[in-house]
Design a protein around this ligand. Structure first.
Ligand SMILES: Cc1cc2nc3c(=O)[nH]c(=O)nc-3n(C[C@H](O)[C@H](O)[C@H](O)COP(=O)(O)OP(=O)(O)OC[C@H]3O[C@@H](n4cnc5c(N)ncnc54)[C@H](O)[C@@H]3O)c2cc1C
Length: 401
């Protein structure tokens, strides 16, 4: 039998994260939407401490290890439930909590015990995107060259979340561009390394409190041990595919987390919209057939159904990761669905509420701005659909572009 209720343990996580969102994030949401490029908000420092004390030792990487058929609600599902609640409060503030960077997820997924010990508690950003490499992450041209006991990195990274405020950046670089994907490795670069320079921070449409940095690496020297995974370049086609697949595996864990961000933002917009409508006498009656409902009721029901569908897909992808089932297709499906639904719901809420939706007196216009990026970063909706198509059709990235 399928039980779609979330277990008690996760309900507690949900309640705690909701409480945090309602009491810490929401009251300062508008304030920090207006202040860009500030230091980490003081209000987030105790939150970071609390989260560090609660963090599970490590999220399991999907698809690895023995699959004994057992079921567990582990770190990934817990993360999803907490993420939706925190992003119901404010997605930009959530991304600005020290210690919650995408680089942290990469270190947890593929780092050695020593790397986890050394960097696990730091605030680690992830720098993949470059002026010439966005959706096509295999096109990165930042180089890493071995020199004695060190790696020397050179290149430019753009749109790096937390690139200004973080303690370290996980940088994607190639050991040999002519060897394509197989030669791409990730390296942990401490933020205060003299070779890692901040070029600028971006002004943005949404997520304004979250810093987004352009960085340059100029003869940036780091210890040999700071490579994530093996420095070997696979020498057969199958081994190369596997090696890059290993790097990409981080996303099988993080894409459901990003989908959960979209769920939180969309749910916030829908709840505010219902409150506004209820003040105007909107009741809603689920027992009535759709054709006996008003156009407005039908719009609200469709949004609620879309949100639920996206949530179930997201839970499934996270559950698969927790249970060591390969979840690449499901991770991309939930990211594409939740990203799209998030954009549609938040904009529709602005539309339904008219001038109240557009006004800064409510958070609806902000939620619509914040929601847009969730459909872009961590792989756009179009790229997620491409990944799903490749997986379903059994085609490689060379065969289906
Ligand atoms: C606020 C913000 C934070 C970010 N944070 C980070 C971060 O922390 N680390 C990081 O590395 N990057 C980060 N990024 C970068 C982000 O991941 C990229 O913007 C994203 O991957 C898209 O790349 P691009 O902007 O180069 O767009 P492009 O790749 O140029 O794509 C442009 C458009 O074309 C579409 N498209 C591209 N290829 C195809 C195809 N084959 N089929 C169909 N459609 C296609 C895309 O879907 C998109 O709509 C961030 C970006 C922003 C705006």
């Amino acid at each position: 039998m399928i039980n779609l209720e979330i277990p008690k343990k996760l309900q507690q996580v949900q309640q705690m994260a909701h409480q945090l969102s309602a009491t810490v994030f929401r009251p300062i949401s508008r304030k920090y939407d207006r202040i860009e490029h500030c230091d980490t908000p003081e209000e987030l420092k105790p939150v970071a401490q609390m989260m560090a004390s609660m963090r599970p030792s490590r999220a399991k990487a999907a698809g690895k290890g023995a699959n004994d058929g057992s079921s567990s609600n582990g770190a990934n599902l817990t993360g999803i439930v907490g993420m939706e609640e925190m992003c119901w409060g404010d997605v930009g503030l959530m991304l600005s909590i020290p210690g919650t960077g995408l680089g942290n997820a990469a270190i947890q997924a593929v780092g050695t015990a020593e790397q986890k010990e050394a960097f696990g508690s730091l605030y680690c950003a992830m720098a993949i995107t470059e002026p010439g490499a966005g959706s096509d992450s295999a096109a990165v041209s930042t180089t890493a060259v071995e020199d004695g006991d060190e790696w020397v990195l050179n290149g430019t990274k753009i749109y790096c979340t937390a690139g200004q405020r973080c303690d370290a950046v996980v940088v994607w670089a190639t050991l040999d561009k002519s060897l394509g994907k197989a030669a791409i490795k990730s390296f942990i670069v401490p933020r205060d390394n003299p070779g890692l320079k901040l070029l600028r921070v971006e002004d943005k449409m949404g997520l304004r409190i979250s810093d987004t940095a352009a960085l340059s690496l100029e003869d940036c020297r780091i210890p040999k041990a700071n490579i994530l995974g093996s420095a070997e370049i696979a020498n057969t086609e199958a081994a190369r595919k596997k090696a890059f697949g290993g790097v990409m595996q981080t996303f099988d864990n993080t894409r459901p987390q990003v989908a959960a961000m979209a769920l939180g933002v969309a749910r916030a917009a829908l709840e505010i919209t219902r409150e506004i409508l209820e003040q105007e006498g909107f009741k809603g009656d689920y027992a009535r057939t759709l054709y006996n409902s008003s156009a407005l009721e039908a719009e609200v029901y469709r949004m609620e159904a879309d949100l639920d569908a996206a949530r179930l897909m997201t839970y499934k992808a996270a559950w698969m990761a927790d249970n060591r089932q390969p979840n690449s297709t499901d991770a991309s499906m939930c990211k594409a669905k939740a990203g799209r639904v998030g954009n549609q719901i938040t904009l529709k809420c602005v539309e339904i509420c008219g001038e109240l939706g557009y006004s800064e007196n409510y958070l609806l216009e902000k939620l619509a701005r914040d929601s847009k990026i969730i459909d872009i970063f961590e792989g756009t909706q179009q790229i997620q659909q491409l990944i799903v198509a490749r997986n379903l059709l059994g085609l490689s990235s060379r065969e289906l572009k």
